[in-house]
Design a protein around this ligand. Structure first.
Ligand SMILES: [Zn+2]
Ligand SMILES: [Zn+2]
Length: 141
């Protein structure tokens, strides 16, 4: 598992490569996402960063920027909200998300490669997939 600083430096490099400015709010948000080690909503990130420094719209826009720059992934919830997680190159995974409290747990297993192989056999290239599972967690049951 790569260190926090290495992950941070790589993400900053990616932002620069995509010609995004490295602002203080973006740096703070990046550190927060790395340290959280779980997907966060804009509201959660906003609360953690301190409402005095960063308004929610800025947090939301910067999360979208991270998604566009390819350093974070947006995870849709059933309620139409979004969670954001930093991309980790080393392992592909999915999530189970609580539809009540939006807690997200990582599922390290993926069976979808079989479907991707089928899609490839139909002549498609650059096949990817998005899959999230939803349920009710132990705390909310
Ligand atoms: Zn829950
Ligand atoms: Zn998968």
């Amino acid at each position: 598992m790569e260190s926090t600083n290495q992950h941070y430096d790589e993400a900053i490099s990616s932002l620069k490569r995509e010609r995004y400015r490295i602002t203080e709010p973006r740096k703070a948000l990046l550190r927060l996402l790395i340290e959280a080690e779980k997907p966060l909503s804009a509201e959660e990130a906003h609360a953690a960063l301190g409402a005095d420094c960063y308004d929610l719209v800025t947090v939301y826009r910067n999360l979208e920027t991270f998604d566009s720059a390819g350093i974070a992934t947006r995870i849709p919830t059933e309620a139409g909200k979004s969670l954001y997680e930093l991309n980790a190159e080393e392992h592909h995974h999915h999530h189970i998300i609580c539809r009540k409290c939006h807690k997200a747990e990582r599922l390290d297993h993926c069976e979808i490669e079989k479907l991707e192989t089928l899609a490839t056999k139909l002549g498609f290239t650059e096949v990817t997939h998005v899959l999230e599972l939803y349920g009710v967690c132990d705390d909310c049951r």
